[in-house]
Design a protein around this ligand. Structure first.
Ligand code: SF4
Length: 820
């Protein structure tokens, strides 16, 4: 989408009697609280406090973070199914303890992404689509569901459940919630029983933190308060200013500047306190590094600019240094851990010279980091260190041991279950995971490789994700989709007008010849949908009631405040319709046992699914027990932190941080394995001299599915950017804004050069998942064999200059964002 949309330059003021709803940002893990105001079009409140719903004095300038400042991007006009048009304003909630009225550039634009036929969201999917004669045409729910149900059933009956593959969201926030996830899991695992399941951003059905789980640590053990109380915060593989913006700004930064000192003294009065320190482990000098240095002074921020793939070496070197100094928490180790000797024999024997040489970090830097993590801050007073890691580690070389090496360091230093400590994910999206058990084993099957590229599956259902660009080795994946779905197209074309039985028989024949029947369920006509035979229009955030948790397990109700466009439906409803149709088909054949697998989808409301999903989180960090929508409505944007321990007088009682009452943990040995063969081959080939790293930026979310409908982002980023070191740019004769092609044996991608010294020479960083340039066309097919998690952050490529598009170069900004 390249057209720049210019909206109105003023927004109406919510009147006093505007309807109010509470919700949570639909995007990142931080889960900032928002309030929604809705009132009939043609009405407006006044500027005096008694004339408007915000009780704000609009005759004066309102502060941007007051929760009372309304930008055009926070406003829209929506039309409900009854035809009534309403103003909607979505404002950050100053009463929410997560964001205190603050918002990021992503969250402050929710008004822009509500469906409106005169705005860039006009291309929302409004009706089911079905493939006919070389194109996709609108159809009824009845026809789309019937075709899908018959094909799925036929594939199961003919070849078994694993011939039906899926790749679906598993997240909370706008793209899922406990409600939709439960329905998806019940359909595929209880109903179909397929092992060919994969999660939106990876090729298998796995955890990104199997190692942490095996160690006995849930993914999100700490509270955001801990970032305000820690003596040292260690960020590993995360650019938190850009990707967990409000967690960084509202909870980490006040610690670094000393603004949370009074809170430290009040909550932890028995020990000395100072402003916090921060260690940032990242091969890039990011804006997070620059802002932390500006706020806290360079002497309080240690940026460990390690080389790609060497995180584990660094963590093990730090563990060894801490152990040699006697700074480990021996009492904790003796009391609450096992397998210490096995970890000692691997992690604690890491050669320090080797670690220094391979990471590119000096021994002085390593020692300084070890001191900041574990050197007692007074005699017999341990430091409180909070370890937070994300995709730089998770999607790095060898997922399992990478995560284990950080977990081991936290266990070695006893940093769990106490204020100001913890070891967990920062997170990407919010969490809303609840599903019946996955029927496969571990490590889970690589669905991309076996089911899609390998041809083992005949039907593929993609929901709420875009693997045509987002999966690993994406160019190969797209070519496979094109080839295999075309065979089904031909069968559909040949059988137009025939009976459904004849058509399904022809489809089975096409699938036998290698064809793939593709169903896509989404809110927009995404890249993957272009190959689909059936497209289901889904509802999004604000169009149904949702529940999710954030990065400190804070559960809230995201209230519905408008109808979905067209005949779009919540994901859970679509899964239920499909299940009920398959159930009927089996009943008609007298196959009661098979029909029974698809029973129990007769929910009438969002809350009925929420209550059904409670069984899937029992005993987990998300356990919400007997919590109801009414309780969550009362708790508003502050909700309750799971696990919910009990309900007291109608109010859920939650858990601020995990393991305060103890717990047993297991050290997991982690030995650096060197680079895997596909990466070694690229390293040994001088045609591909550049390491290609990737990640997000603060103004974009995931595949930019919403953002490219926001005028600012669409205008700022018509193509993905690639950060190129000025020395490399000089050798390639590349200037800011030039188009460059990155290529390797797996594929190629074109992007816009941004000259900045954030990377070492020879290393580039590219925005991931831009529909006009899929970075993952360059990633190899390598996955960690222990977890089936890809090494997305590690590939190599050659670069050639394509040329320049002067109008973009003149219009766009190339000012570096990482200067302190
Ligand atoms: S930090 Fe995350 S949750 Fe908060 S407003 Fe931004 S995108 Fe939304």
């Amino acid at each position: 989408m390249s057209t720049i949309f210019h909206g109105p330059d003023r927004v109406p003021i919510p009147p006093r009697d505007a309807e109010q709803f509470t919700t949570v940002c639909s995007y990142c893990i931080v889960g900032c609280g928002y309030r929604v105001y809705k009132w009939p079009q043609g009405q407006e409140g006044g500027p005096k406090p008694e004339q408007n719903a915000l009780q704000a004095d609009f005759t004066r300038q309102q502060a941007a973070q007051s929760g009372k400042w309304i930008s055009p991007a926070m406003h829209s006009v929506v039309t409900d199914h009854d035809g009534n048009q309403s103003h909607v304003v979505v404002l950050p909630d100053s009463d929410c303890v997560v964001n205190r009225g603050n918002h990021s550039i992503r969250g402050g634009t929710h008004g822009s992404v509500l469906y409106a036929p005169d705005r860039p969201t006009a291309d929302r999917l409004l009706h089911p689509l079905i493939y006919r004669g070389g194109t996709q045409l609108p159809t009824t729910w009845q026809e789309a569901i019937d075709l899908g149900a018959r094909v799925i059933k036929a594939a199961m009956d003919t070849w078994g459940p694993d011939t039906v593959a899926m790749k679906c969201f598993d997240h909370g926030g706008g793209g899922g919630g406990f409600e939709n996830n439960w329905a998806v899991g019940k359909f595929f695992f209880t109903g179909i029983g397929t092992k060919m399941a994969s999660i939106h951003n990876r090729p298998a059905y796995n955890s990104e933190v199997f190692a942490s789980r095996d160690a006995g640590i849930a993914a999100l053990p700490s509270a955001y308060l801990d970032a305000e109380l820690a003596d040292t915060i260690v960020l590993v593989g995360a650019n938190s200013y850009e990707t967990q913006s409000i967690y960084f700004l509202e909870h980490m930064l006040p610690n670094l500047t000393g603004a949370s000192l009074s809170k430290k003294k009040q909550l932890l009065p028995q020990e000395p306190h100072a402003a916090g320190k921060m260690i940032i482990v990242d091969p890039r000098r990011t804006s997070t590094v620059a802002i932390a240095e500006s706020a806290a002074g360079k002497h309080n921020v240690l940026h460990l600019q390690l080389r790609n793939g060497t995180d584990m070496l660094l963590m093990n070197a730090l563990s060894r240094l801490i152990y040699e100094q006697g700074w480990q928490d021996q009492a904790f180790i003796d009391r609450q851990t096992e397998n210490f000797d096995a970890m000692k024999a691997t992690n604690l024997t890491q050669d320090l010279d080797e670690a220094s040489a391979l990471t590119g970090l000096s021994k002085a830097q390593l020692l300084q980091a070890a001191e900041w993590i574990a050197k007692p801050k007074a005699p017999n007073v341990r430091r409180r260190t909070l370890f937070l890691y994300e995709k730089g580690l998770i999607w790095g070389l060898k997922n399992y041991e990478n995560v284990a090496s950080v977990v081991d360091l936290a266990l070695l230093t006893g940093n769990l279950g106490k204020p100001g400590t913890g070891c967990g994910r920062l997170g990407g999206h919010q969490e809303g995971y609840s599903r019946p058990d996955y029927p496969g084993t571990r490590p889970p099957v690589n669905v991309d490789e076996v089911a899609i590229n390998g041809g083992a599956s005949k039907v593929f259902w993609v929901a709420g994700c875009n693997p045509a660009g987002g999966t690993l080795n994406a160019q190969q994946f797209r070519l496979t989709l094109a080839r295999r779905t075309a065979l089904v197209n031909h069968a559909l074309d040949r059988t137009a007008g025939r009976t459904m039985e004849q058509r399904v028989a022809a489809l089975l024949d096409a699938m036998k010849q290698g064809g793939l029947f593709l169903l896509v369920q989404d809110i927009y006509p995404i890249e993957t949908a272009k190959f689909a035979h059936v497209v289901f229009p889904a509802a999004q955030w604000g169009e149904m009631n949702l529940t999710s948790i954030n990065g400190e397990r804070r559960l809230r109700l995201y209230q519905k405040f408008m109808d979905p466009p067209g005949v779009a439906k919540p994901d859970w409803k679509i899964m239920a319709m499909m299940a009920q149709r398959i159930e009927r088909l089996y009943l008609d054949e007298g196959k009661q046992d098979r029909a029974a697998r698809f029973s129990g989808f007769d929910w009438q409301t969002d809350e009925e699914v929420f209550r059904a999903a409670a069984v899937g989180v029992k005993g987990a960090q998300e356990d919400y027990g007997e919590t109801t929508y009414a309780m969550l409505k009362t708790l508003g944007t502050n909700g309750v932190q799971t696990p919910v321990k009990r309900i007291e007088n109608g109010t859920p009682v939650g858990t601020v941080r995990l393991y305060e009452e103890g717990g047993r943990f297991t050290f997991i040995p982690a030995k650096w394995p060197g680079y895997p063969a596909p990466i070694r081959q690229l390293m040994d080939d001088n045609r591909y001299p550049f390491w290609v790293n990737n990640g997000r930026s603060n103004h974009g979310w995931q595949t930019l599915y919403d953002d490219l409908r926001k005028p600012y982002v669409a205008g700022r980023e018509p193509l993905p950017f690639v950060e190129l070191h000025p020395e490399d740019a000089a050798k390639l004769a590349v200037a800011n804004g030039d188009l460059i092609e990155l290529f390797n044996p797996y594929g190629s991608v074109t992007a816009m050069a941004v000259l900045v010294d954030s990377n070492r020479p020879g290393h580039v960083f590219m925005l991931f998942e831009h529909p006009n340039g899929w970075l993952n066309s360059l990633t190899t097919g390598y996955v960690d064999p222990a977890t089936t998690i890809p090494y997305y952050k590690g590939t190599k490529a050659g670069i050639r200059k394509v040329g320049a598009l002067p109008e973009w170069q003149e219009r766009l900004t190339f000012i570096p964002t990482n200067q302190s």
